[in-house]
Design a protein around this ligand. Structure first.
Ligand SMILES: C[S@@+](CC[C@H](N)C(=O)[O-])C[C@H]1O[C@@H](n2cnc3c(N)ncnc32)[C@H](O)[C@@H]1O
Length: 130
């Protein structure tokens, strides 16, 4: 059975650690986020949202459909002024078209009903060239 992301007893399931140095290095080899707007969809407790800030992103927004996860993520990243959070579904974020230079999602897509809808939403919110 899948975890209930909305249950308060699961609020700390995706916290308690930082993004691994190997992950930071791998991302930096793929894309340069310095000065960029990054959206982290299905952000959970904000581990990788914070990771993008550490990599030099100008702004990072975590998106999640669980208010419980967002609450924890806000607490864990309060020291990062460039980080913010937004409640929304991965396939219908409510964010403005073209608002993101980089869209990231980790450990999310296997939870979605429609990967096609997610990809369409990612394409919508990516800026040209993103
Ligand atoms: C396995 S956790 C991964 C969290 C984080 N990305 C990480 O790797 O630490 C999946 C996250 O996706 C969120 N999620 C699942 N389905 C979603 C949807 N349809 N829209 C937005 N968020 C969703 C959950 O609330 C949860 O926080």
């Amino acid at each position: 059975m899948s975890i209930d992301f909305h249950a308060s007893e699961n609020r700390s399931s995706y916290t308690g650690r930082s993004a691994d140095k190997g992950w930071l290095k791998a991302m930096a080899e793929i894309v340069n986020p310095v000065g960029k707007n990054v959206i982290d969809i299905g952000c959970g407790g904000g581990i990788y949202t914070a990771g993008w800030a550490e990599l030099g992103a100008e702004r990072v927004m975590g998106v999640d459909f669980s208010q419980v996860m967002l609450e924890t993520a806000r607490e864990n990243t309060a020291y990062l002024p460039q980080v913010s959070f937004h409640w929304g579904d991965a396939c219908q974020t409510g964010l403005a078209a073209g608002c993101a230079d980089i869209v990231f999602a980790r450990a999310l897509i296997h939870h979605l009903d429609s990967v096609d809808s997610f990809v369409a939403e990612v394409n919508r919110i990516l800026a040209p060239g993103g």
